[in-house]
Design a protein around this ligand. Structure first.
Ligand code: HEC
Length: 104
């Protein structure tokens, strides 16, 4: 647990300072990915009118995460069993987290 916590902190630090190895999340690109991969189940943005009723909307996810995007990136790296394994790249995950974060 201790080692894991340290790893997460280091990761968040890199995320917050926009480390150069991996570009900072791009909300616009994340929105495009969301429309392509997530909109069949989730309500991903204001322009969408229908989605699965029992799946949380991205606006709800954004309200719940309150700028804490670390858990979101972790969740997307190892998706919930109810979701297909989309094998997102770390960059795609970061873009999606930036997009969802921008909805709040
Ligand atoms: C096949 C349908 C489906 C697709 C496609 C899908 N999801 Fe999900 N997602 C779900 C379901 C169902 C849940 C709720 C799981 C639960 O809480 O039991 C969920 C939960 C989530 C959660 C957690 C919400 C929370 O509050 O815990 C996030 C974040 C999420 N999805 C993001 C995404 C992203 C990003 C994509 C696209 C890359 C995506 N999902 C694609 C069905 C889907």
């Amino acid at each position: 647990m201790g080692r894991f916590g340290a790893g997460v902190s280091a990761f968040l630090l890199v995320a917050c300072t926009g480390g150069t190895a991996l570009a900072a999340g791009n909300a616009e690109r994340g929105g495009t990915i969301a429309g392509r991969w997530c909109a069949s189940c989730h309500l991903v943005g204001p322009g969408q009118t229908s989605a699965s009723a029992d799946v949380p909307t991205f606006a709800a996810v954004a309200a719940r995460s309150k700028g804490e995007l670390g858990w979101l990136e972790g969740f997307l790296a190892d998706p919930h069993p109810a979701m297909p394994d989309m094998s997102l790249t770390r960059q795609e995950i970061r873009d999606l987290a930036a997009y969802i974060g921008s909805l709040d």
